[in-house]
Design a protein around this ligand. Structure first.
Ligand SMILES: Cc1cc2nc3c(=O)[nH]c(=O)nc-3n(C[C@H](O)[C@H](O)[C@H](O)COP(=O)(O)OP(=O)(O)OC[C@H]3O[C@@H](n4cnc5c(N)ncnc54)[C@H](O)[C@@H]3O)c2cc1C
Length: 301
């Protein structure tokens, strides 16, 4: 790590944190400490840093808003990179939106009111970034990223700058080629929307926001839906059928309000959450013979 510290110092990275709790950077509010966590200030510094780490075989992980990640309680002996400062531009030309990977999904959805472009209202309640949404093919209300994505710019596993047509990114339900062929960095996306009416877009966003507030336990830390919906059914129904609504392990609990949400009701460890996830999988299988698959990603276990 001294090598990285020297590099960061010599290249004048300013927003660098040592032994930084990942609990501050995940929506579950759990996780061990990262040896180094850095917000590169420019795109060039970000790419140079990734090239440096790759060349020197130093482990690193790019995090968006940490809203789909469950890191272990162990410390991470690598570098966490947050691209929020370096990749935070958005540009609209006609119906096309060119947006950097660090850009907030909620902010983007609301920005579209003033441009009177419709098609991104589904992102209004998803607290991630464009990078995480391309990685996950995030979606809601029967719409997903792939429905409006034209192309994605990224650094492939070997560090080559690549531009892929969305059709080639193997998007499926909460899945993409990025989950198999881990790119080093998703840089930006080009989206195509449709002309709409600003007032109607705003109303739809507000309606859905109110619906989420009513149906989701947004007052507790979580990573949204914990499990993928199995083909033809809903994970929350199966969890309910298994009698797990309100089930608790340590500070982790199956939400009473929406039982596909596992929430941190205070002081949960990552282990509590993972144990509860595994318990739910076992119990749901006993009752329904269906194996639930987590939607959240386990990191550094
Ligand atoms: C309250 C709540 C509600 C939610 N509702 C929904 C919903 O309705 N629909 C839905 O699909 N999801 C939902 N989610 C889950 C989550 O917000 C999405 O999966 C989101 O797309 C994750 O984005 P992120 O930036 O937080 O990614 P992170 O959790 O930070 O990262 C996820 C993965 O993407 C990778 N990644 C992120 N950015 C980059 C990048 N620039 N380059 C390379 N790799 C990158 C990370 O390394 C990691 O592997 C919800 C979460 C919460 C907490």
């Amino acid at each position: 790590m001294d090598l990285v510290k020297d590099y960061l110092r010599s290249q004048q990275f300013f927003k660098v944190y040592y032994d930084e709790p990942l609990a501050k950077h995940t929506t579950f509010r759990v996780g061990g400490r990262a040896k180094i966590l850095v917000f590169p200030e420019t795109k060039q510094k970000l790419i140079d840093l990734i090239t440096f780490l790759k060349t020197n075989k130093i482990p690193f992980k790019v995090l968006g808003n940490g809203s789909n990640i469950l890191p272990s309680d162990n410390d991470y002996e690598g570098v966490i990179i947050k691209p929020h400062l370096a990749l935070n531009n958005m540009q609209v030309i006609d119906e096309y939106v060119n947006v950097d990977a660090g850009y907030s999904l909620v902010r983007l959805a609301y920005e579209m009111i003033k441009y009177e472009l419709t098609g991104l209202e589904f992102l209004g309640g998803i607290p991630g970034t464009i990078g995480g949404a391309c990685f996950m093919n995030a979606g809601a209300y029967n719409r997903e990223m792939k429905d409006c994505l034209i192309e994605v710019h990224y650094l492939d596993q070997d560090g080559n700058l690549t531009v892929s047509n969305a059709k080639d990114l193997q998007f499926g339900y909460r899945s993409s080629i990025f989950q198999k062929e881990r790119p080093l960095l998703i840089i930006k996306a080009l989206l195509k929307l449709e002309r709409g009416n600003g007032k109607e877009i705003k109303e739809l966003l507000e309606k859905r926001r109110n619906r989420r507030l009513l149906t989701q336990p947004l007052d507790y830390p979580s990573a949204g839906s914990t499990f993928r919906n199995p083909e033809g059914t809903h994970a929350y129904m199966l969890i309910d059928k298994a009698g797990l609504r309100g089930k608790r392990i340590g500070g982790a609990m199956v939400s009473e309000k929406h039982c596909n949400f596992i929430i941190n009701v205070g002081g949960a460890s990552s282990r509590d959450i993972r144990d509860l996830i595994e318990f739910v999988i076992e119990e749901v299988y006993k009752v329904t013979k269906i194996t639930l698959v987590p939607e959240v990603e386990f990191f550094n276990w």
